[in-house]
Design a protein around this ligand. Structure first.
Ligand code: SAH
Length: 256
């Protein structure tokens, strides 16, 4: 069977190391209550190890050539292949139960995938994914310069863990960057104690002017002097943890 020709615009860097692929899949909990969804199976290097555990899971792939390859190679698996774009895929409608997501994600949509995880946190219980190392470092950063909007949004609902650092020669073609596999595990927070929409907006606003103190960065919210959150306002966004952002959002919500 001819191999799939790697397409740059789809972020295709195929894992060429079976042991690595196996190690990645073994990071999943295989909890029977969670249905597994693999994003971007390509030629199925992760998929085949998942099949060894259980054939009842779904994959979503945008590339027609990869889909044809998978259908020919794994005819019994045909029904489990969803043809389409993960970013447009309706998770709520298509999955009744909770899900675990896994993938060697195409780098060009890695942030969008993470924003979808934020949107669907009540459904997505676990995620094991390959990211550009820089993005992975942001997600797991608990404080400091690497922190960004996605660090905060993901850490609201997930415990984060760096699992495997991966160098370029493990992919065909090799990317120009280092990669890391990280794992997200849904924490115990049921929902936010403040508006989710406003929380995201406050975090974004704070990080959009990350060099400024929050007093300046969050000017548009007109937080009064000597308010309850005064002590936080002299800090910069990267110095705040999730709870601090919740406090500020609750305060802003009350004065809106
Ligand atoms: N899992 C394979 C392929 C990884 S490359 C391996 O590790 O070797 C990334 C894969 O994501 C490619 O197969 C690419 O076609 C697919 N992909 C890219 N954009 C996508 C999207 N929006 N939705 C679903 N799959 C996508």
């Amino acid at each position: 069977m001819p191999l799939v020709k790697a397409k740059k615009h789809l972020g295709q860097h195929f894992i060429n190391n079976d042991q690595l692929a196996k190690d990645i899949t073994e990071l999943l909990s295989f909890n029977k209550d969670f249905q597994i969804l693999e994003i971007g199976p390509g030629m199925g290097v992760l998929t085949k190890f998942l099949m060894n555990v259980n054939i009842n899971f779904k994959v979503i792939e945008i590339d027609k050539e990869s889909i044809t390859y998978l259908k020919n190679k794994y005819p019994d698996f045909k029904e489990n292949i969803i043809e389409g774009d993960f970013l447009k895929f309706d998770l709520k409608k298509n999955f009744k139960s909770n899900i675990s997501i896994i993938g060697n994600f195409p780098y060009y949509i890695s942030s969008q995938i993470l924003f979808r995880v934020w949107d669907h946190n009540e459904k997505i219980q676990e995620l094991v994914g390959m990211f550009q190392k820089e993005v992975a470092d942001r997600i797991i950063a608990l404080k400091g310069r690497e922190r960004g909007i996605l660090s905060v949004l993901i850490q609201v609902f997930y415990n984060v863990e760096n699992c495997i650092d991966v160098s370029p020669e493990n992919f065909t073609p090799p990317p120009k960057i280092q990669s890391s596999v990280i794992k997200l595990n849904r924490n115990n927070r049921k929902e936010l104690e403040c508006s989710k929409k406003l929380f995201k907006q406050v975090v974004k606003t704070a990080f959009n002017q990350r060099r400024k103190t929050l007093r300046n960065a969050l000017k548009t919210y007109n937080i009064k002097k000597d308010s309850k959150v005064e002590s936080l306002l002299s800090l910069r966004a990267e110095q705040l943890n999730v709870e601090d952002f919740i406090k500020i959002t609750k305060h802003v919500e009350a004065i809106l």
